[in-house]
Ligand binder design. Structure first.
Ligand code: MG
Length: 272
């Protein structure tokens, strides 16, 4: 029995050696690139190995780590407390309502809230709902917002049977980009936003050299496709482009008893 196992191991060792020998022989013959090259060499490869590389090895992420959150994500809100958040104006403790179901609700006129941690480019997951019992119309029905780096708003709005300007509707980059679709669930149910955000870049003189970009999935539906953000998302006036570095994520208290709730908020920092 032991002999059979040893024989099997020997065969496996020989196979793996011959694999590497074959590969290195072919590579020696044709050359190989360990990473993708730009521009590509003029010589057209004639074996598959030349266009296969093994480094860098990407990190392993458990997509359903603790509580279903990716293992390398930073949890910003899981329903337990407001430890990751402060009042956006003066860093006072958050006054929003902490609910028994693991969500939080905007406390009217108590102010926006900011993450304590500052971020650059991120993947953001956030869930929100507007009240089942609707009040008012247009921009005054279930209005809140997710501000990347405290400046660039992805609109949160109860748009169900509720007409408003399309560049301010749910899922818009406020007053800059109309969403590709309205993918809301019925009022009172939970929506998801999954956002890929790349921060803008500025030179030494404070001039913007690269616009921020944003991609948004609303309940799994693509609604913003790598949109180049023009600057701050102003209610009145043109977008502004003052230089900034890492900054807090901000959630909006629209100040009209919106009663919007949030839950399950996490980010993955994107290294550029
Ligand atoms: Mg808003």
């Amino acid at each position: 029995m032991i002999n059979r196992i040893l024989s099997l191991l020997l065969v496996l060792l020989m196979c793996s050696c011959s694999f590497f020998e074959d590969r290195s022989e072919r590579v020696a013959k044709e050359g190989v690139f360990e990473k993708s090259q730009n521009p590509l060499p003029k010589k057209e490869p004639t074996t598959p190995e030349v266009t296969e590389f093994y480094e860098p090895v990407p990190p392993t992420v458990n997509p359903t780590g603790q509580n279903g959150v990716p293992s390398d994500a930073i949890v910003l809100f899981d329903g337990a407390n407001f430890n990751s958040w402060v009042h956006s104006k003066d860093s006072r403790p958050v006054e929003w309502l902490l609910n028994d179901d693991g969500s939080m609700t905007v406390k009217d006129k108590s102010g926006d809230i900011n993450t304590k941690q500052k971020f650059g480019s991120v993947q953001l997951h956030i869930e929100w709902s507007s009240p089942k019992e609707v009040q008012r119309n247009g921009q005054n029905r279930g209005n809140s917002g997710v501000f990347l780096q405290g400046r660039y708003e992805v609109q949160v709005l109860d748009n169900n049977n509720n007409l408003t300007y399309v560049n301010g509707q749910v899922g818009s980059i406020y007053k800059q980009s109309v969403p590709l679709a309205k993918a809301s669930v019925p009022s009172g149910e939970w929506n998801t936003y999954d956002i890929i955000y790349h921060a803008p870049e500025f030179d030494d003189k404070g001039e913007k050299t690269k616009s921020a970009t944003i991609t948004v999935l609303h309940n799994g539906v693509l609604i913003q496709d790598h949109f180049e953000i023009q600057g701050t998302t102003e209610y009145i006036g043109w977008p502004k482009n003052d230089a900034h570095g890492k900054a807090s994520l901000r959630l909006q208290d629209h100040g009209d008893n919106s009663r919007v709730s949030y839950r399950n908020i996490w980010v993955r920092e994107l290294n550029e």
